[in-house]
Design a protein around this ligand. Sequence first.
Ligand code: SAM
Length: 248
Amino acid sequence: MAEPTAPSTARMIDFWLGGSDHFPVDVAAAGAFEQAYGPCAPVFRSLRAFLGRAVRHIADAGVDSFLVFGAGVPTCGNVHEVVPEATVLYTDVDPVAVEVGRRLLAGHERVGYALADATDVGGVDPALWARYLPGWGERPVGLVFLGLAAFLDDDTLARTLDGLYEAVAPGSRLAVDFDTEELAGYPQALAMMGPAFRMRAPESFPRLLGRWQPTADGIVPVARWRPSGTPEAVPDAFHGAVAVKPVG
Ligand SMILES: C[S@@+](CC[C@H](N)C(=O)[O-])C[C@H]1O[C@@H](n2cnc3c(N)ncnc32)[C@H](O)[C@@H]1O
């Protein structure tokens, strides 16, 4: 694979999580970001732990297939590692993420990786859909929409989440997060995220979730979503929730 010349946020996260699927350009960008913001590894470890708790919670509700959007690098406690009993289809719009992901997942019978824009997954190969998301629209699925909201404007995000709500079977669940206004206090770091990066106030998010109903755990800092012990002491950079399409 040709070495990428531009960094990717997903591979920077892999670096911060202690993974091995990133390139020098990602390490350089991660270092520059930390100069402007501060240590990131604890923040992303906490965010990945939220993924683990949310996905396990969804599986414990009886869901055994997952569709992951903007998946990035599928390691370091990612969905198929949390629920090895489930089938998982990872998707990302970045061809490098797909190539890296397919290499990492070679030999995993229950896990696939497809190129797809989260705002329009209609182009995904129907054979992959049938294999990893059997009974789509009739059986509940888990949707994992993490690390992605910041890259979508409000209208696109709300339309995408509502389209998914319409498409999935009742009983389906959505794990979702968004960037808070934490980076507003770090203008240099914020500038590195580019002009399209979106931070959100927590009170703005229920409207974007639309018909999806958050569980009683609410929309909270990710470290405080069903913590398994004392929540990690990290900045409230991300809030998250699990939301449900109710049955009946
Ligand atoms: C910040 S990374 C998050 C990766 C991973 N979900 C995680 O939480 O560690 C954002 C990922 O979203 C992908 N992405 C951005 N816009 C997207 C879109 N419209 N559709 C699908 N993926 C997208 C990027 O390529 C990148 O891999």
